[in-house]
Design a protein around this ligand. Structure first.
Ligand SMILES: Cc1ncc(COP(=O)(O)O)c(C=O)c1O
Length: 473
């Protein structure tokens, strides 16, 4: 290993995986074990030989000809989409391009409160007004739940006077929770007569939103497929979204040198996921996930019921442990979870779960419960949010305003100038432009205690009589 300079990044790359421990985090290929085979072969070629520019024969995501165009067309057919574009800036970049194509400047878009921050950034870039809609909430785990059809009906009715131009759904969630998507998409498509177009953020999903009728779907191939980080795909169907607008938005946000490796990774992961070998790999992983779940439930561990068995979500509140505390304890013992939250810990089993997981994880969790367990935690407070809310000041204006830092308790009545966004999961608790009322300030104060070290005791608010910032701070 002497060939690496001793900088921390290089030390990390040398890290061989949790030796004797368990890697239960993304990417879903699990340090290469579940990597799409074609990608695996590519990476065995002489290092760097695959790092091609947009040669005519290779092309790029926006070129009409070349290998990339062919692979995109093949993947569209495989997934049942009309068009497919590969992306090299993760689901984040493609969600942004999709939103810019759906919503012109000044228009309003209905976004769920569990939106990924990239969508908020797209609102800034495209001068789009987010209309944030509240979601059902589970006080046992503190998790947002997918909307029911009735819930979404109420949201659409409440938002109707504000004339949204599009709706975004996140499905499945980071924790593998999923809605009755066909019912939701049908409702959005028919609401108030002509209906609205729907973008489904399926960063954690497999493209099933297309069969549910979604107009646009974004996939992240490292989260639910065997691709490398940053490999992603945008799928489209129908005529609600203008294709030239989509291509223009992709052009605005895409690097002029898309990585051939990441494009190949996207194609390989999509193709593998639908191949016989890929289905076999998935069935094996699912069978192991099911055995693990049964074993944990048999030992009295509360495992959250979800749609994706490869996301094992432990409800830690009934054990008397915070998810974040459990994460720290497990980390010290070499068990690396994906997503610690105040009332839950999400473990990503991946497409090729680690060896002997079914034996090793229950043993670790038994030790955890023995050492840290206690009385059931109190239920989590529901966020005090209206069913549909628009920030009072445009997100981009608020974010670029002259701002000042004030203690949370003194922020009541002020307008947020920055998001509060624990990461992961990258879901903002407060959005620039939102006015912080007393209930929100109290709730945020409570969140501070629940997300140790992730939320400051101060908040950046728009300065009195502030305009957009003109000089650097
Ligand atoms: C729901 C959701 N959407 C989008 C993203 C962004 O995906 P990426 O990291 O591939 O850009 C994430 C990342 O965690 C996510 O959880």
């Amino acid at each position: 290993m002497g060939e690496f300079p001793d900088w921390s990044l290089f030390r990390l790359l040398r890290y061989p995986g949790a030796r004797g421990g368990l890697d239960l985090h993304l990417p879903a290929h699990g340090r290469g074990r579940g990597l799409a085979p074609a990608l695996h072969s590519l990476l065995r070629r002489p290092p760097g030989s695959w790092d091609l520019p947009e040669l005519p024969a290779f092309g790029g995501p926006l070129e009409p000809e070349g290998a990339v165009a062919e692979a995109q067309a093949a993947c569209a057919a495989l997934l049942g989409a009309e068009r497919c574009w590969f992306g090299v800036n993760g689901a984040s970049g493609l969600l942004q391009a999709a939103l810019l194509a759906m919503a012109p400047p000044g228009s309003r878009v209905l976004l769920p409160r569990n939106l990924h921050r990239s969508l908020l950034h797209a609102c800034v870039l495209g001068q789009i007004e987010p209309l944030l809609f509240d979601l059902p909430f589970d006080p046992l785990t503190g998790l947002w739940l997918p909307p029911t059809r009735t819930h979404l009906e109420r949201v659409l009715a409440a938002a109707a006077p504000l004339h949204p131009t599009a709706v975004v759904l996140v499905d499945p969630t980071y924790q593998g929770l999923a809605a009755d998507l066909p019912a939701l998409v049908d409702l959005i498509h028919t609401h108030g007569g002509p209906g609205l177009p729907v973008l489904v953020d399926q960063a954690h999903g497999d493209g099933a939103a297309l069969a549910a009728g979604a107009d646009l779907v974004v996939l992240s191939l490292q989260k639910a497929g065997g691709g490398l980080a940053q490999s992603a795909a945008l799928l489209s169907q129908g005529d609600r979204i203008d294709q030239p607008s989509l291509e223009r938005s992709l052009l605005w946000l895409q690097t002029s040198s898309p990585s051939a490796l990441l494009l190949a990774s996207t194609a390989a992961a999509l193709a593998h996921g639908r191949s016989t070998a890929g289905e076999r790999q998935r069935r094996r992983a699912l069978a192991r996930a099911s055995r693990l779940r049964q074993r944990l439930e048999g030992l009295g561990f509360p495992v959250v019921a979800n749609r994706d068995p490869l996301r094992l979500v432990l409800a830690t509140g009934p054990l008397g442990i915070r998810g974040t505390e459990a994460d720290g304890w497990l980390l010290e013992r070499g068990v690396i979870a994906e997503l610690p939250e105040p009332g839950a810990l999400t473990l990503c089993l991946g497409l090729a779960p680690p060896a002997a997981l079914e034996r090793r994880l229950p043993a670790c969790l038994l030790d955890l419960r023995r050492e840290l367990g206690g009385p059931h935690l109190p239920p989590f407070a529901r966020p005090p949010l209206p069913l549909v809310a628009a920030p009072e000041l445009a997100v981009g204006l608020a974010w670029r305003s002259q701002a000042e830092l004030v203690p949370l308790a003194e922020a009541i009545g002020r307008i947020a100038a920055e998001p509060l966004c624990p990461y992961p999961p990258g879901i903002p608790l407060l959005i620039p432009g939102e006015r912080i009322d007393a209930a929100r300030a109290t709730w945020l104060e409570g969140q501070r205690a629940l997300w140790p070290g992730q939320i400051a005791d101060t908040v950046r608010v728009v300065a009195p009589a502030a305009g957009p910032e003109t000089s650097g701070r």
